[in-house]
Design a protein around this ligand. Sequence first.
Ligand SMILES: [Zn+2]
Length: 285
Amino acid sequence: MIICVIKGFLYVRRSWNDMETSFRRTAEAWQKVRDSAVNQITVTGMVLSSVPIGEYDKRVVILTKERGKIAAFARGARKQSSPLGGSVMPFSFGEFTIYEGRTSYTMVSASISNYFAELRNDVEGAYYGFYFMDIANYYAKEANDETKLLKLLYQTFRALVKPSIPNRLIRCIFELKAISINGEGPQVFGCLVCGDKERPVKFSVKRGGLVCGECDKGIYDGVRLHPSTIYTMQYIISTPVEKLYTFNVTGEVLEELQYIIGKYMDAYVDKSFKSLEILEGLINV
Ligand SMILES: [Zn+2]
């Protein structure tokens, strides 16, 4: 009799515990649903990189207008049936609905307006694209206003899929504009020591821009540039991103731009990129 009572008591207690656990789980599940609805936002951006995680997922880095650079998990994106599959490829530009968790973002859905699919059949163009993505990834920061960089990236890709401007010029324009947006652009509007705009100038990578004949003592890396090269650099730095890819230059100016911007990037970008190494292998064949 006593044993029966104890058994009955234990049974009731166990059932009660089970019920409590089940209530708690239901409450937690509802909280998650409420959180995901509350913390769900739609951002406009471009996929910079995408790496596989585990068997089915991907970790995607997106440059967004609203949140700067973010990393988001795209669950199940590696499954063939996943609606996220194509959206999380690098170069995809569009709107991404993401859920903000405590420590990371999770991608809920995506609506892509431009995949820049032309680059899938253009190995050289694609590697220019990967290199531009790497530069953007290098400069962009989380929770920072990266609207200008995103616009630059988008317009650069639009130029890349059109044949009117040579890729080598697109690269010069992108590099100089990206470094300028980041606040490390060269001074090309006058002598960086005295501000003079009339005297002949040389470009010093070490000093970060133009130096006039009166102020060039102790400067050993000065390069005299064609006036059109200086004008082109001024144009790239001062023109809004939307109007950047509207001009062409002579072969001589392009050579100088490539030389001087290349040296400048080497000096001010503290990282080497695999994409650039591959690109240079492709274009120097
Ligand atoms: Zn000067």
